[in-house]
Write a protein that binds this ligand. Structure first.
Ligand SMILES: Nc1ncnc2c1ncn2[C@@H]1O[C@H](COP(=O)(O)OP(=O)(O)O)[C@@H](O)[C@H]1O
Ligand SMILES: [Mg+2]
Length: 451
């Protein structure tokens, strides 16, 4: 049982890279492996070799991803050395077979290699995406996204769920893991810029050299669609709910943003080799696919975390209660982070003591985020949630109808809209039962007592 040294690590890296690309490690990749092994920051490495930090970071992501896949472990910059040492890899653990000069890849590479590798230079603009250093769980959802994009070749994919449930993180992680699968990756945050024309100019200008043409504002859409045809692009629009009308039923585009609606519809309909991911707290019609065979569209609804590993970072005591805590807050990362701080501050870090209060506590931040949701509701929805909040058990549509002055149409449209905001739950038992999600139920109740 010898210790690993960096030479062995480089040898393994070289074999992994060779297997994937047919090329040996280049100097820069070697620098990054050494740097990661020695726990240097990307900043320091960048300084040492006079390259940009983001470039080295990209190289690092890809290499760490190769190791993760090969070893079937979640390997990141922080745990690289310890994991490799723990696994006590000896040199040459990889056998490469040559069959008529074709490589035989092991299973974990199939997904990545069913498409040819990129030869063109890659363009990334991920400046507006969060850096994901710690990422736990969500393996199923990551696989699902891979499946939609690489296997089913779906053009428009929506990642949906309540704010704080982990949508942005999931998609960014997917991007990090698949950087080398796309020629162009652009991440746009519609909370910060929502001028479509400006967004398109920006994307097109990154491609102006090899398109050999200028951007004419009246041909922007054409040029953009051509780009989707000519290159394998992944374009992410985060915070799509910003485009929708407030205080109306969910998922309706504001007049000034109808051009997005048209664009997204075109992306579904025309032939191209790219993929667009919409991230949103609110579902809209064009994200749905009723005819699954005909429309290359899917939604991925997130359910929050189930694995307490995320909370162990917060050094809370009595870990056995973490699962109860997670369930109480429906696995919402943002709520749980907030509650974790509260438990540290006020309960001496003891989860059991907090749970013993036997009440769903809403912090000021949680309340603020729920107020934002409540204020976006249409009048019909507000009426429904105020009513629903009075029942502690799920109730049937019939019961709701009897206790209401709303017309059946309003009631049904209201329920659908609340469902598209992920604020109600259906239970499909003998009868269909409705309830508000617990955190929102608690919030609306406090509103009622205020009035
Ligand atoms: N898989 C994950 N592993 C670790 N932390 C996560 C994960 N998903 C989300 N988080 C944490 O929760 C926060 C909220 O997640 P985010 O993706 O921004 O939610 P959403 O986009 O749905 O509002 C993130 O800032 C991050 O700290
Ligand atoms: Mg988000």
């Amino acid at each position: 049982m010898g210790f690993m040294d960096v030479t062995e690590v480089l040898q393994i890296a070289d074999e992994l890279v060779f297997r994937q690309t047919g090329k040996h490690l280049d100097d820069l990749q070697e620098t990054v492996i050494k740097g990661v092994w020695e726990d240097k920051t990307y900043d320091k490495m960048a300084h040492d070799c006079e390259k940009s930090e983001s470039h080295l970071r990209n190289i690092g992501y890809k290499l760490l991803h190769l190791f993760s896949e090969h070893l079937d472990e979640d390997i990141n910059k922080k745990n690289f050395r310890s994991t490799l040492s723990r696994l006590e890899l000896t040199s040459s653990p990889i056998i490469i077979q040559h069959n008529n000069n074709n490589f035989n890849f092991c299973n974990s590479y199939e997904l990545n290699n069913h498409q040819e590798k990129n030869i063109n230079p890659q363009i990334y603009d991920l400046t507006l995406a969060p850096v994901v250093n710690y990422f736990y769980g969500k393996e199923r959802e990551l696989k699902q996204l891979s499946h939609y994009i690489f296997k089913q070749n779906l053009k428009l994919i929506s990642v949906l769920g309540l704010s704080g449930i982990g949508k942005t993180y999931l998609v960014k992680k997917f991007v990090d893991l698949n950087l080398d699968q796309f020629e162009l990756i652009i991440w746009k945050n519609l909370k910060l810029t929502n001028d479509l024309s400006q967004i398109m100019t920006d994307i097109l200008s990154k491609n102006i050299n090899d398109q050999d043409s200028q951007i004419y504002s009246d041909h922007q859409i054409d040029q953009f669609l051509n780009l989707l045809k000519n290159k394998r692009c992944l374009i992410i629009f985060d915070h799509v709910q910003e485009l929708f009308i407030k205080e109306k039923l969910a998922g309706q585009f504001q007049e000034q943003f109808k051009n997005y609606q048209d664009l997204f519809n075109l992306i579904k309909e025309i032939d191209h080799q790219s993929h667009v991911i919409l991230i949103s707290d609110e579902q809209c019609q064009l994200m749905l696919s009723l005819d699954q065979k005909l429309t290359p569209v899917k939604c991925l609804e997130l359910e929050g975390l189930t694995n307490p590993e995320f909370l162990t970072n917060f050094n809370l005591k009595d870990e056995k209660n973490l699962l109860n805590l997670i369930n109480l807050y429906q696995g919402n990362y943002n709520y749980l982070k907030d509650i974790a701080y509260l438990i540290k501050d006020i309960f001496g870090g003891k989860v059991a003591e907090f749970l013993a209060e036997n009440e769903l506590i809403l912090t000021e931040d949680i309340k603020a985020s729920l107020t934002e949701l409540f204020n976006k509701l249409s009048p019909i929805e507000k009426e429904i949630v105020l009513k629903l909040s009075q029942y502690d058990q799920p109730i049937t549509k019939q019961e709701l109808k009897q206790n209401f002055n709303l017309s059946l149409t309003d009631l049904i449209n209201g329920l659908q809209s609340l469902n598209r905001r992920f604020l109600i739950k259906y239970q499909d038992q003998e009868k269909l039962l409705f309830s508000l999600i617990p955190v929102f139920q608690k919030y609306v109740k406090t509103l009622v007592t205020m009035y």
